[in-house]
Design a protein around this ligand. Sequence first.
Ligand SMILES: *Cc1c(COP(=O)(O)O)cnc(C)c1O
Length: 463
Amino acid sequence: MDWEEFARLGADIAAWGAAYHRALPDRPVRAPLTPGAIAAQFPKAPPETGQGLDGILSELDEKVVPGLTHWQHPRFFAYFPSNATPASMLADFAASIMAQQCMLWQTSPAGTEIETLMLDWLRQGLGLPEGFHGVIQDSASSATLAAVLTMRERALEWAGNAQGLSGQPRLRVYASSEVHTSVDRAIWVAGIGAENLVRIPTQGPLRAMDPDALRAQIASDRAAGYVPAGIVACTGGTGTGACDDLRAVLAVAREEGLYSHVDAAWAGAAMLCPEFRDLWAGIEAADSLVLNPHKWMGVQFDFSAHYLKDPAALTKTLAIQPEYLKTHGKDGFVNYSEWSVPLGRRFRALKLWFVLRAYGLEGLRAVMRDHVRWCGDLAETLRADPRFEIITEPVLALFTLALKDASDADMIAFVNRVNEDGRIYVTQGRTQGRIVMRFTVGSFACTEEDVRLAGDVLKDLAD
Ligand SMILES: *Cc1c(COP(=O)(O)O)cnc(C)c1O
């Protein structure tokens, strides 16, 4: 392909993208499909000869778009959002064009320095104190894995990487049952073992880890010969938005000399708004934290912001320097591949730059404030209808609900009925031992009218 054709197709793709987004509100949110239908449209074998890309956009429309669940749909109320604002799409296109490999400072000085700067801009926006150093990870799961590996190596005095885990003392990591399953997987992958992820009971309206139970568990583990390594706390758990009392939990971490990590993957974005920061009061005492601008901040996937007090503990865990990766004469520059499990890294910082430039902090705050308000209004509307009950109160823009006197099977049937209708998309969850409907507002395309319509759909289909 020559660059003239590239420029022509690039413009066509932008026009196609604008049309796709304009048509979204009229499409069902979730693809109505039979498994295998999409793949069946394609030949079973690859083409032997190149065919060029003429007509590829109509093939996208015919073969691909009907098989999409539209994550950018204004009435996507399922999971958590994964917003891609137009500014971040353009940044991702530009990043693809320059195709930087940002593993070392010298392999992309601009990629590295803009990453440092953007994460510092974001730190300021979130009201985090100086002294938190940021790095972009592909996902919150990766950031949490990096944190758990750091806990492990720190507790073993850096013997795990060198000697392996057999023969080492058994480690313990503490979390509530409200944390995301990425914590479980990090524990498995780090070789700590699921039995050594100890669940601390929760209490209160935010389902927060009980700090006294945490302290007692650590003491009894020490007495039994375990080595407590770290604590993973959450701000905005995935199921119902649970928030640990960070002041209390991080005080225990400090007293006990444990590494602390806070998972704020979804709720962290809302901390751009000072009025929501009570939910993570005490965060400044954390050793590390993660939040996903790729959820609720409009920064196209993938983009997780991982902040650390002491990057040296992480690089001591993950850095490896064969000769070809040494940067002779360039010491003093940060090489971000030493902060993550993958070596190669895309130029992701560009997306945050474009988004912050396009919206400003105030623009982003306005979006999240609207979502929180509309979500609260919907919870009140449903509470006033005798057919519904609110099971967990709104935390930011997430609440759970159920039909009065509904069994688990009734609730699954209700969620399916709503999703098959197609006007909105929601998911189920489990809390307090029962199946509930999760409802979260978070699409950047969403309007107050869309949330009102969601209320109408739920009421229409409740009987
Ligand atoms: C979404 C989510 C994650 C996982 O995020 P990825 O970036 O997809 O790994 C982790 N923790 C919480 C609380 C989440 O909501």
